[in-house]
Unconditional design. Structure first.
Length: 550
């Protein structure tokens, strides 16, 4: 493990909690969470034991993709508050010793952004048009899209514009929603704008950026046709796509690395890059690029000892080879919560979601049991771990959302064929007996909360032995006490193919991914994801053990 300076290398071992602002805490009761809401609840995160928070976008946006369609990178959307509210939140977080990471969306802006509106108005051949990817259509009258690319959210990745004189114009590229035009990163002007945006937020004291679609900014010149292999998804087998993972993106991150360094040695960039294999993903975290990359290969690994061993080995080797820590993540705002996902074999593709018609439905009890076991395994691994809001409460995916309530563009762009990601984005419960389970005081909620939410409320779990919340708190406290994030691991070998385990300093971690019961070595159990007694480890359970003498 690379030698770490605790002050500047905090991110090598940090546990980072993802706040999804619109669903975290709502201070003004309009049904959408906001920054003052985040500020008011930071104490609970400190108490949980995390080191940092990452906030999904709260910048000015028409919210066609829940804020990942940014119309002003340097302001706060009134839905979430003001820049002053951000400053208050940052001060409160820093006062509690929590780092603050924000989301940066550089692949595309909102079509409402002044830059795009100016590009439309300025007309063909203008400097303004060159900010985005406009191309003439094919066909006799340009009536066909410039190439065959599909949007990640379904439907074509191109939309034709109408010029101000009413004539049909060229098409613009949007790898995501129609309201998210892709920037043209061959244009130095775009580079300059993003350096300014980075500096704006660094001066405002943020500790880092989670970089959205960090594998997408550069496209192959000429924009050649591409047909993905069947079954691909945003995270699927699209490694040969002419819009993902092009070498040119790395020069951008080297440039940003230098911008961050102007502000000291401890600010970070984290890549959201759905890139395979891991040995390619780690190009994003070479010493002069980003500090972290989400390990989605780990997120997509089934709850199975053999697969887990493979992905952990491959991750430690790949990240280690460039001197970066591995990250570990099981849930976020784009995937089915792991409490439900791990009870589905096989799980649907990333982004597809589940809903009322999904069969079979995940069993909540099985899912929670596996999720806690998977979390106990993850939090013992060396490197940095991510937690998505609500997983510490054991929240399942909200499956029975009515179609009329859905908001994810995936649902609309696939004509309802894919449910999309709303099920993991429902406002979280704080108090069992309060309106909207304490999300606010009015009971309003931008997505309806399931009837079961009060059972998962934080106040129903605080101090309750065996609750998921107390289990997370214990795990994080022990992880910190034994410095597991900074340790090297030694695998233990088992006869049973369902069992996986390792030693990390004084702690022995054993996970049983099967259904049978296995014998445990001697020692004191300091953490158990379920119930282990009499030296026996039941199925779908993970324990942390201290050697008898320890
Ligand atoms: C990222 C975000 C996702 C968003 C997409 C487009 O994958 O995590 O929520 O829809 O980028 O910005």
């Amino acid at each position: 493990m690379a030698s770490a300076s605790p002050a500047t290398d905090w991110w090598r071992t940090a546990v980072i909690y993802q706040v999804y602002p619109r669903s975290f805490a709502d201070s003004n009761g309009d049904g959408v969470g906001d920054l003052p809401g985040v500020t008011s609840r930071l104490g609970a995160l400190k108490d949980l034991g995390v080191d940092a928070i990452w906030l999904s976008p709260f910048m000015t946006s028409p919210q066609h993709d829940a804020g990942y369609d940014v119309a002003d990178y340097c302001d706060v959307d009134p839905l979430f508050g003001t820049l002053a509210d951000f400053d208050d939140m940052r001060d409160a977080a820093h006062g509690l010793g929590l780092k603050v990471v924000i989301d940066l969306v550089p692949n595309h802006s909102s079509s409402d952004h002044r830059w795009f509106q100016e590009a439309l108005a300025a007309g063909p051949g203008s400097e303004e048009r060159a900010r985005y990817i406009f191309r003439e259509g094919k066909g006799k009258r340009g009536e066909l899209p410039p190439n065959n690319w599909d949007s990640v959210f379904g439907g074509p990745a191109w939309t034709r514009i109408t010029e101000s004189d009413g004539t049909p114009g060229p098409w613009y590229l949007h790898l995501f929603d129609i309201s998210q035009p892709d920037f043209d990163w061959t244009n130095p002007w775009v580079h300059e704008q993003f350096r300014n945006i980075l500096r704006f937020w660094l001066e405002r004291g943020v500790d880092g950026f989670r970089v959205d679609v960090a594998h997408g900014l550069v496209k192959v010149a000429g924009l050649p046709d591409y047909t993905p292999a069947p079954g691909g998804s945003m995270g699927g087998d699209t490694s040969d796509a002419p819009y993902w993972a092009q070498d040119g993106v790395h020069e951008i991150y080297r440039d940003w690395h230098r911008v961050l360094a102007e502000f000291g040695p401890d600010r970070i960039l984290t890549a959201e890059a759905w890139v395979k294999p891991l040995s390619k993903l780690t190009d994003w975290v070479r010493p002069d690029e980003m500090q972290q990359a989400f390990n989605f290969g780990y997120l997509e690994t089934p709850w199975d000892a053999i697969s887990l061993r493979k992905v952990v080995d491959a991750s430690l080797e790949a990240f280690g080879s460039v001197g970066a820590p591995s990250t570990w993540v099981l849930s976020n705002h784009d995937v089915i919560r792991h409490t439900s996902r791990l009870a589905l074999t096989p799980p649907p593709l990333q982004g597809a979601g589940i809903g009322p018609d999904t069969q079979p439905k995940p069993d909540d009890a099985v899912g929670l049991r596996r999720a806690r076991a998977a979390t106990a395994f993850m939090l013992a691994l060396p490197g940095s771990a991510y937690i998505y809001q609500g997983e510490e409460l054991g929240l399942p995916e909200a499956i029975d959302l009515p179609d009329a309530a859905r908001q994810d563009p995936t649902f609309f762009r696939t004509g309802g064929e894919l449910y999309g990601r709303d099920g993991c984005r429902v406002p979280i419960p704080w108090e069992a007996d309060a309106p909207a389970s304490g999300f606010n005081t009015t009971g309003a909620s931008w997505l309806p909360q399931p009837a079961s939410w009060p059972l998962y409320a934080r106040d129903a779990q605080v101090g309750v032995p065996g609750s998921t919340l107390e289990f997370y708190r214990d795990a994080l406290a022990l992880r910190s006490e034994h410095a597991l994030g900074a340790a090297d691991i030694d695998w233990l070998e088992f006869d049973d193919a369902d069992v996986i385990g390792f030693r990390s300093g004084a702690v022995t971690v054993i996970a049983n991914t099967g259904a049978g019961t296995v014998e445990l070595p001697a020692g004191r159990i300091v953490l158990c994801s379920g119930e282990a007694g009499d030296g026996l480890l039941p199925g779908d359970t993970t324990v942390w053990i201290l050697a008898a003498a320890g």
